[in-house]
Design a binder for this molecule. Structure first.
Ligand SMILES: O=C(O)CCC(=O)C(=O)O
Length: 270
């Protein structure tokens, strides 16, 4: 009896240590999402958006200075350490690998949708963006989550607390490879947070429509259009990292570029 108890204790201890090691590895290497073969862009670009410590901006200041007028990046506003651990590659595949996810084409008017098991998305679709592919031929996992299936994950996400009056937040969760992103479009206000990876954002106010082709990827806009923009057509831009959330006001044009394989979540206020 005693030997059995010792054996059981040993098995539990080994499992706990293995889980701890896996967790440490996940934290250190970007949740297991970055692979050595990934070409990760080092070009984070400039940052001409206000970046503030969340604790230094009250809700009233947020409402007066940003809510209806310009984007802002807030650091340390929430602590999503637990959610980050749940979003490691091994954790998500274990829980959701068999669930079907809906992919949308990465163009401005994204009409085509494709449903695949999450495991297949990770194995077959999650890769660096090829420079010459059209947005309409690039499938992106973002924007169409099955909330019943993913609820047990989303309930651990701590969303940004500064909500606009008469709105509530709706989540949109995604994972995408380096160089991917969504080209310019606009909609209501919201937040974007990266859980793993880095995401470069480009924004223009509602009355300054950027020059872009709705069927080209953000990557092609960044390499072919962005370098030649006159200074008065330069976007607001910044790269966000885990622990930072970007707020964009209503109807602001925006485009994104994932610099790494990224896990991210938007909170749309509507
Ligand atoms: O995170 C992304 O790549 C897309 C985000 C976006 O376009 C949005 O939140 O509206």
């Amino acid at each position: 009896m005693e030997i059995k108890a010792v054996r059981l204790a040993f098995i539990f201890l080994t499992a706990a240590v293995t889980a701890q090691l896996q967790q440490q590895e996940d934290e250190e290497d970007g949740g297991g999402w970055f692979s050595a073969s990934d070409v990760r862009s080092q070009d984070e670009g400039r940052c001409n958006i206000d970046v503030l410590d969340g604790s230094s901006l009250s809700y009233q200041q947020f409402m007066e200075r940003y809510a209806y007028s310009r984007p802002v990046i807030l650091r340390g506003l929430t602590d999503n350490t637990k959610f980050r651990l749940l979003c490691s590659k091994s954790g998500l595949l274990r829980e959701y690998g068999a669930h079907r996810v809906r992919l949308s084409t990465a163009n401005t008017y994204s009409y085509r949708k494709v449903d695949v098991p999450f495991q297949e998305y990770v194995d077959e679709f999650l890769r660096p963006q090829s420079a010459d592919a059209l947005g309409s031929d690039t499938l992106y996992f973002f924007g169409d989550n099955n909330f019943t299936e993913w609820q047990s994950l989303f309930e651990h996400y701590e969303s940004p607390p500064y909500v606009l009056p008469l709105t509530s937040g709706a989540y949109s969760f995604g994972i995408a490879g380096p160089g991917t992103g969504v080209p310019f479009h606009w909609h209501g206000p919201g937040y974007s947070e990266v859980i793993y990876g880095r995401k470069r954002w480009f924004l223009y106010p509602p009355d300054q429509e950027p020059h872009f082709h709705p069927n080209r990827t953000t990557l092609s806009w960044v390499t072919e259009t962005y370098p030649y923009l006159p200074e008065d057509e330069a976007p607001l831009e910044c790269t966000i990292r885990p622990g930072e959330v970007l707020y964009f006001p209503d109807r602001w044009w925006h485009a994104t570029l994932n610099l790494d394989t990224s896990v991210f979540i938007s909170t749309f206020l509507g």
